[in-house]
Ligand binder design. Structure first.
Ligand code: DLL
Length: 428
């Protein structure tokens, strides 16, 4: 069900709105943010020459490093008095990226999250248990406010505390649940240990995001939890969760709420725009953000776009499920491979649980890769035979010959109760 009429307007109307909003955004950043003024001036762009989104490819990119360089708030376009909330995203290196929200920004966020939840099949009568972390991370509060805006009931369990989480799911009979995909699997495992079969619980929808995952991983989640798993995407720099979401009707790509966030896909190496349908790096421009507008932000996330009509009736462009980031690509002895490709191959095996890790190292100037997979409960075959079959498959599908392939017993791979799952360990 749609939440806002803008989801089904004509593409011409949508384009007019985008053009108008982009012109305003460019004027605003040029006037209020030194960083953008310098960038646009250096590129010889006069804001008055920007007529609409067709001009975006001429504008300079903004990167994660730019965000960090402006730490803490030099990229803000409004006075701090107008900022009513701050979140931050902690990278693994350097300063966090700090983002601020005006009241208007928070209203937009609530609205796009309500739209996203409605698209995911959550409705006003439902109860939604929110296991995304509350705090500087945008997940917890983003979902919380979206559920309230929709008029559904939110249970703010936040991340972790899994025993309580399971008890709440049972006792308050939530219809929907939100968490990272890895936490869904953790929850199912812990429930089993407590003698609870999560498939018997009333929860029928999980809204998963904040981490890359493959279709194979989603299938595992749906089977283990007995739910429909809907993919939601977003990032702090743009707003948080709620940039795009799958619709329950088609579950075929994520509708980008492009009246607020304009997507482009570019070649990650050259930065050149790619035609519709081709995979590359997602670049996003905010069209309504007040506190922290962003122009052509290089997300690092790999996807492709399609404007083909969707059976749900929404006209908003769809992006493909993000299974990895441009900088995730591993180069092992000349073979380029994404962790998601390894994930797809190992999860083809029914004997393998949806937990794995990849360790990269360097020995005598050569890169090495070790893959560890975990057996499912009740495995009674020959682990050596399984190992050989996985090795053969990695070789034939990806031309990859791991230096080591370890098969460990159920539970042999360490679990993480909170935060985003880490599967690739680079020791180089
Ligand atoms: O992860 C916002 C969010 C919260 C999205 C809850 C969905 C659900 P950040 O912490 O700033 O924000 O991390 C953003 O996470 O650039 C992607 O690399 C990754 N990511 C987010 N959603 C997805 C997804 C939140 N559905 C970064 N699939 C992004 C794959 C995702 N990767």
């Amino acid at each position: 069900m749609t939440y806002n009429d803008v989801e089904t307007v004509s593409r011409t109307e949508l384009r007019d709105l985008q053009d108008e909003r982009l012109v305003e955004t460019i004027e605003r950043v040029h006037e209020n943010v030194q960083f953008y003024r310098d960038r646009l001036d250096e590129a010889g762009i006069d804001p008055a020459d920007v007529d609409g989104v067709d001009d975006l490819p001429d504008l300079p990119f903004t990167t994660k490093e730019d965000f960090r360089d402006q730490y803490p708030d030099h990229h803000f376009a409004v006075d701090r008095a107008e900022v009513i909330r701050i979140h931050a995203s902690s990278g693994t290196t350097g300063k966090p990226k700090v983002v601020g929200y005006t009241r208007g920004d928070v209203d937009v966020w609530r609205e796009v999250m309500a739209r996203s939840l409605a698209a995911a099949g959550v409705d006003a009568d439902d109860t939604f248990q929110n296991a995304y972390g509350y705090g500087l991370f945008t997940g917890g509060m983003g979902f919380h406010e979206g559920v309230e805006e929709l008029g559904a009931t939110v249970i703010p369990t936040g991340g972790g505390n899994t025993a309580r989480q399971i008890e709440m799911l049972q006792d308050l009979e939530s219809d929907a649940f939100g968490s990272t995909p890895s936490y869904c699997l953790y929850l199912a495992e812990q429930a089993k240990e407590q003698g609870v079969d999560v498939r018997e619980l009333p929860v029928s929808t999980v809204v998963i995001g904040a981490e890359p995952f493959t279709d194979a991983m989603r299938d595992e989640i749906e089977a283990r939890l007995g739910v429909n798993a809907i993919d939601i995407y977003g990032l702090s720099e743009l707003i948080g969760p709620g940039v795009s979401v799958e619709c329950v009707e088609a579950q075929d790509g994520l509708h980008v709420w492009e009246d607020h966030f304009y997507p482009e896909v570019v070649d990650p190496g050259t930065g050149e725009p790619l035609p519709e349908g081709e995979e590359g790096e997602l670049v996003l421009t905010s069209l309504t953000k007040e506190a922290v507008p962003v122009i052509r932000y290089r997300t690092g996330d790999m996807t492709s776009l399609t404007r083909e009509p969707c059976e749900c009736g929404r006209v908003h462009v769809r992006m493909d499920n993000v299974t990895g980031r441009a900088d995730d690509q591993l180069i092992v002895r000349g073979i380029n491979v994404y962790p998601s490709q390894i994930e797809s191959v190992v999860l083809e095996f029914d004997e393998v649980a949806p937990h794995y890790r990849i360790d990269l190292d360097r020995e005598e100037n050569l890169d090495t890769i070790a893959i560890t997979v975990e057996l499912v409960e009740g495995f009674d075959g020959d682990p050596d035979d399984l190992r050989e079959r996985i090795e053969r498959r990695l070789r034939s599908v990806l031309s990859l010959r791991p230096d080591e392939l370890d098969v460990v017993p159920p539970g042999g791979i360490e679990r993480q109760e909170t935060g985003k799952v880490k599967r690739v360990w680079d020791h180089r």
